[in-house]
Design a protein around this ligand. Sequence first.
Ligand code: NDP
Length: 307
Amino acid sequence: MEHIQCLIIGGGPAGYTAAIYASRAGLVPVLYEGLQPGGQLTTTTDIENFPGFEKGIDGQGLMDAMRAQALRLGADLRSGTVTAADLSSRPFRFSTDDGNEVEAEAVIIATGATARYLGLPSEEKFKGMGVSACATCDGFFYRGKAVAVVGGGDTACEEATYLASLCSKVYMIVRRDVLRASEAMQDRVRKTGNIEILWNCNTEEVLGDATGVTGARLLRKDGTRFEIKVDGFFLAIGHHPNSELFSRWVNVDANGYIVTEGKTSRTNVEGVFAAGDVQDPLYRQAVTAAASGCRAALDLEKFLSSK
Ligand code: NDP
């Protein structure tokens, strides 16, 4: 069994930033990057809202840079997935998919969240070519165009109103005859002239050609089918935090997000910290994930030095 001081689980902005800070603190962190090194950002195109890049940077490029920085500072980055965890007592024990057994004095969970998609083959085909699960990331590219947002929750309303400020027309595709969103968010949608809600509708297919998305075919509950013309198709049907492996020990909220104490990254288990989207149902931005990775490394360093 390998024994280490600091384990970081997850190779997204939170994990890499935690690795940068922990490396500089001399903790020689081991980071398992998971199935998708770079995380959700590697599925987006240009990132124009990460500070420091005047002309924007592509998602993969940003993650490659964070990764290289962590590596240069001495982090031990491993391409593998943590498949089992035992957080019942310190040192915590972990198994990885390459058959390794690791014992860590402290751990940062930065496993992220996965946006939920409808599961249509056409949706998969146009991912990154008009299909997106992040209006804040990709909305800018649809300035003056028509787009659709699927979902009726707070995220869908927020994304629809954000997109409405950029786009000529926003269709909200809602599967029931009510919105799940809070009254305040519903009110914002109602007051936005260029949002049209398509009630009782499900998406049958995302339509497109070699240039990307051109529309969607919808099926209304009464059995009627119709098409809308859009250049962007945004999913806002919820995110799924990747917390299952830890939720036996670590407190999670009703939606599975890890609960952290106040402004810290501390969980209810001493020595276990959480950073990034796995503990953040609200902001979910690369820059906020990176910032919480920083907090987690500082909290962990303080914890280890107190022992
Ligand atoms: P929610 O789970 O609240 O809403 C998901 C929406 O997507 C619902 O309208 C749901 O429909 C719909 N949906 C789910 N699956 C499908 C499907 N297969 N096809 C079509 N529609 C589907 O997720 P959110 O991401 O909106 O919100 C998550 C949490 O974060 C909530 O607690 C929310 O309040 C909070 N939040 C708060 C914000 C704020 O306060 N500013 C901003 C964003 C989120 P149905 O209603 O029929 O189930």
